[in-house]
Every structure is written in C-alpha cells, then in structure tokens.
Design a protein around this ligand. Structure first.
Ligand SMILES: [Zn+2]
Length: 313
C-alpha cells in the first residue's frame, strides 16, 4: 500500500465533492475500492512483528512461542483470506490473543473466526457494548453487528491502561477516552517500540469522527496528546489505515486538530450552522496536504453538538 493510493482512495470515499455530507450521507457511498480486491501485503516490523495491509485496515501480527497475537483483524469479508495469509507467512496456526482498537468493522472483522477458536479478545468495554448491537458503519451503506457472543471482546477494561506479556515482551494497552469513537485504545509493544494507534490517528487523509458512537474533534486532539506521551522519537506508530507514522507526525496532527477545534468551537458559540462553517473554510492552511475538507469539517463541527453548553452567564 502506498501513501498516494491509500490517500486518494480514502478521499474518494470521504468527500464526494459536496458540503452537504453527514455521517448518514456518507453511509450512502460505496466501500473503498481497495476493499474489493486489493492484495494483502505484509511488512516486517521486527523479528516477531509483522504489519499486514490491504484489506481495509492495518493489522499487526505478533509471533510468540504460543502462537499469534493480532491487533485488529481487518474487514469481515476479507477475514478468511487475511487469516490464511497470516498463518502461511508466520507458520503458526494458533491465534491466542486479539486486540480491538475500536468497534468498526475494519478492526473487528476477524473477531468471529478468532473468537470461535477460543482466543482472548481484548478491548475497551465500550467496544464490547457497541458490538452487542447493530450500528451504522460510518461511510458505508450498511449496519454492523450485533456480533455473536463468542466474537465479542471477553477481556475488557474501563480506565487507564493494562499490560500483558506476549513473547516475553510487555504490551501495554490503554484507553484514549472519547476520540474517534468512545472505545478507542492504543496497543504499545514496549520492547519493539511499535504503537498501534487505531482510528485516533489518520495515516491517510482527513479522518472520520464517528460521533454516533461517541467520537468528537476535541477528543481526537486529547487522544493524540495521550499517544504523544506514550511515544518517543523512535516509536513506529501504526494508524488504523495508511502508512507507518512517527511521533513528529502526531505532534503535527495534534497542532492541526487543536487549531481546527478552536475555530469550530468559536463558530458554534456564534450560533453558526454546519454549512456556514464549511463555507468559512476553517482548515484552509491544511487543505493542500490533507485534501478537500468539506465532509470532515461538517462532521467535526457536528461532533461538538453533544458537548456544547451555552455560557451560564
Ligand atoms: Zn474506525
């Protein structure tokens, strides 16, 4: 997967050239072309970690003496193909652990086959709760869930971070509060210094903020700040989609989202509506790099609605 292909693909899905785009309207758009038949590629991160790309989401695979641990599982319709390739390339059959960085189908699409084999599925409790119900998938004309009981996370947590050991390596996973959804977690392979950042970080164009399940623009900013605290200059950061990033990329994104969030908060306090805000072009200096912002701005602005209270004075 290259940056240019992934970015273009993402933008085609997300934008569509109209300001009148909400999560509902996004749902009328087709799934990304790359999901239909893009080959799945692997890339070596360390002797024990591989990154699989091409089925719609980034999947980290860790090999240890007991078998395999995965961070996210790609799309359900590509799961059989992905898992076969993972097993072929690693020579390991048994998947003992699966992390879900959030509830979206590109992250939880292998929960059912892996859960049926008895794996430990680790996620934030809110992710498990969303997977107990049918929810609209942002950007796609479909509902997702409920997943069968065995496909749901069976080791969840509420606050802060926890740690497991995989192949002798400490692996810390922590909650990022309400950001891309309300169940986002990071997964940090501390010895390898590889950090799975999930949907809180975009590697490929303007992100989706799924405010129907608790995401919001200020939370994205805070989530990235938490990731910056976990990372150091040598950390390789794996977003939900797109290329591997560095801490410097996170710092840049944090600054950008903070700037945009401030502008949107000022706009909402003035009583402006989404279309007026889009017309103001509050992302002007970032558009050359990140692409047409209309759908993102509208979504980010609407994500403030659930968090806005008029001044008490
Ligand atoms: Zn997502």
């Amino acid at each position: 997967m290259t940056y240019s292909v992934d970015r273009r693909d993402f933008l085609q899905t997300l934008v569509g050239g109209t300001a009148a785009v909400s999560l509902g309207a996004l749902a009328a758009r087709p799934a990304r072309a790359q999901d239909a038949g893009s080959p799945i590629h692997s890339q070596k991160l360390t002797d024990s970690l591989l990154l699989f790309t091409g089925d719609g989401g980034n999947v980290i695979v860790a090999r240890d003496g007991d078998g395999l641990a995965l961070v996210d599982g790609g799309l359900p319709e590509r799961s059989h193909e992905l898992l076969k390739q993972v097993r072929d390339e690693t020579g390991a059959e048994h998947i003992h652990t699966l992390f879900n960085t959030h509830w979206h189908p590109r992250q939880t699409g292998s929960n059912e086959p892996i859960g049926n084999e008895g794996a430990t599925i680790i996620a934030h409790e809110n992710t498990r709760l969303w997977l107990c119900y049918a929810n609209p998938v942002p950007g796609e004309n479909r509902m997702y869930g409920p997943l069968p009981a065995k496909a749901r996370p069976n080791k969840t947590f509420f606050y802060n971070s926890e740690q497991v050991t995989i192949g002798g390596e400490p692996v810390e996973y922590g909650y990022l509060l309400q950001a891309h959804t309300d169940g986002d977690i990071y997964v940090h392979f501390k010895k390898s210094n590889v950090l799975a950042a999930g949907g809180v970080v975009s590697g490929a164009g303007w992100p989706i903020i799924d405010y129907h399940t608790g995401g919001w623009i200020v939370g994205m900013t805070q989530g990235i700040a938490s990731l910056i605290n976990v990372a150091d200059a040598n950390t390789r950061i794996i977003p939900a989609h797109g290329p591997v990033l560095t801490k410097a990329d996170l710092v840049e994104q944090h600054k950008m989202y903070s700037t945009i969030a401030s502008r949107l908060q000022r706009a909402i306090r003035k009583g402006m509506g989404p279309d007026e805000v889009v017309a103001q072009n509050p992302t002007a200096e970032f558009n050359a790099k990140w692409g047409d912002p209309k759908a993102f701005v509208k979504m980010a602005f609407e994500s403030l609605w659930g968090h806005f209270a008029p001044d008490a004075s």
